[in-house]
Unconditional design. Structure first.
Length: 467
């Protein structure tokens, strides 16, 4: 039991009763056993279970008997008792409880005005268990009052929450008054089925939007560089959607774009299909891109997260880098093959993204004059051959060098995957390349992290070259 509320000021809402009790149960359980609340799905299941349990136990059924609510001098206690309310909300913004609008549209009633952000009034709303469930499907709560000052008196310990911060407050007198106001900038919002008085934006009939996708590798590497992240995006195609489309509708159009690309008329600019795990990115914030949970897509309009282009994150997108012949790079072209470039594909989901070969290549070019070398293997083998050319000892034949390096490198990879540190260290001392990658482009550090080998990770960090 607490003697004071967790916050002295609230910006969004203050509530007591059923919803606060569920939030408090979740908070106390997570504080007692944080290891059990390690996923969003488990958290949602706990919320649902607690709400159902509280519904059966009816722990808030007598709320009206233990509170007194006075709004601008008007005593609402008798009305609260008559309606047998189990939850009371003092709302400062239109939204509440996962994006619902509990005040609704009071245009049909002469007793109340539509809700505004700037009028300095609080909306006082009551809920029974039935109306609290109905608000999730477009209903509204019981409108009690619109006021500037509230005096709430409680006669027993009651669960309360202030902007989502719960507590069980001892019998108290709580006074709510307007503290201050500040001018805010508001993005253009699409009008909902319940129009607000201060939201009179025009809606374009159709929007033609370019869609680009970003790999997980680029998203993690360029997290705080929005311009570079935009440049690294891969064009996917163009969709045409209604002006008031939410992200769920946009998802349908994007997936349809992919399906149409499978026919005779190509629609997708990128040949690689979208993975089932792709999600939208909010590109309108000042500092970075933010991922949007798929379960929340129906709460966002397309124009809420995009200004001129729609970006999506595809965790399984494979980025292909092209290394070609130019005056600034060593010639890695096999003279017998006649090809002018090699493509190296790296899985973007790798926890240790591959570094560019450019710094290493430039270093080799500055050191000595290069010969044409045969590159029917990988860039790493070509660089190893160049290093052997600089050595004072006579170079090994191609077969001897390749077999020797590949055998020791394979031993390193095998030791890393099996978490055998002694075997790994011996293979490296025998001349194994600690910077080697497997056939999928994954480094030894990637495998060491996957197997949880702290010793190998530390050894690679201490003995590896500049990444």
């Amino acid at each position: 039991m607490s003697e004071k509320l967790p916050l002295d000021v609230f910006n969004n809402y203050f509530s007591l009763g059923f919803d606060a009790h569920v939030t408090l149960e979740f908070h106390e359980s997570r504080e007692a056993n944080p290891e059990k609340f390690n996923s969003r799905f488990r958290n949602k299941m706990f919320y649902a279970g607690t709400a159902f349990s509280d519904f059966l136990m009816r722990s808030s059924k007598d709320l009206a008997k233990h509170v007194k609510v006075v709004c601008d001098g008007t005593d609402l206690t008798s009305k609260i008792q008559e309606l047998k309310l189990q939850c009371i909300v003092f709302l400062n913004i239109p939204r509440y409880c996962a994006g619902t609008i509990p005040w609704g549209n009071p245009s049909e009633s002469r007793d109340f005005e539509p809700q505004r952000h700037d009028d300095g009034y609080l909306e006082v709303i009551g809920f029974t268990m039935a109306s609290l469930a109905a608000v999730q499907v477009g209903g509204h709560g019981e409108r009690l009052n619109q006021c500037r000052e509230v005096v709430l008196t409680t006669y027993k310990s009651i669960p309360m929450q202030v902007d989502g911060e719960p507590c069980r407050l001892a019998p108290s007198i709580v006074r709510i008054t307007l503290r201050n106001q500040a001018n805010m900038l508001q993005k253009t919002k699409r009008r909902t089925s319940i129009p607000l008085l201060n939201d009179q934006q025009t809606i374009p009939e159709r929007l033609r939007v370019r869609v680009s996708r970003i790999s997980m590798h680029d998203y993690e590497a360029l997290h705080y560089h929005k311009d570079k992240l935009k440049e690294a995006s891969v064009p996917l195609g163009i969709i045409v959607v209604p002006g008031d489309s939410d992200l769920e509708m946009c998802r349908t159009h994007i997936e349809r774009l992919q399906e149409e690309g499978d026919g005779t008329k190509p629609k997708m600019l990128s040949s690689q299909k979208l993975s089932p795990k792709w999600c939208f990115l909010d590109s309108t914030t000042a500092d970075r891109f933010y991922r949007i949970d798929r379960a929340q897509e129906h709460l966002h309009y397309m124009t809420d997260i995009s200004q001129d282009e729609l970006y999506i994150l595809d965790p399984e997108l494979v980025i292909t880098q092209t290394v070609g012949t130019s005056p600034a790079m060593p010639d890695l072209v096999d003279s017998s093959s006649g090809t002018s470039s090699h493509h190296f594909a790296f899985p973007s989901s790798s926890s240790s993204p591959p570094s560019s070969p450019m710094p290493r290549i430039m270093e080799l070019q500055k050191t000595t004059q290069r010969k044409r070398v045969s590159s029917d293997s990988s860039v790493a083998e070509a660089l190893a051959r160049n290093n052997s050319m600089r050595a004072t000892r006579p170079p090994l034949s191609r077969t001897e060098k390749s077999d020797s390096v590949m055998g020791k490198d394979a031993l390193l990879i095998e030791a890393t995957k099996s978490n055998e540190f002694t075997k790994f260290r011996e293979a490296h001392k025998m001349g194994g390349n600690i910077m080697v990658r497997d056939e999928l482009g994954r480094t030894l550090l990637h495998h060491a992290v996957n197997t949880g080998s702290k010793e190998i990770v530390k050894y690679i960090v201490e003995n590896g070259e500049t990444w």
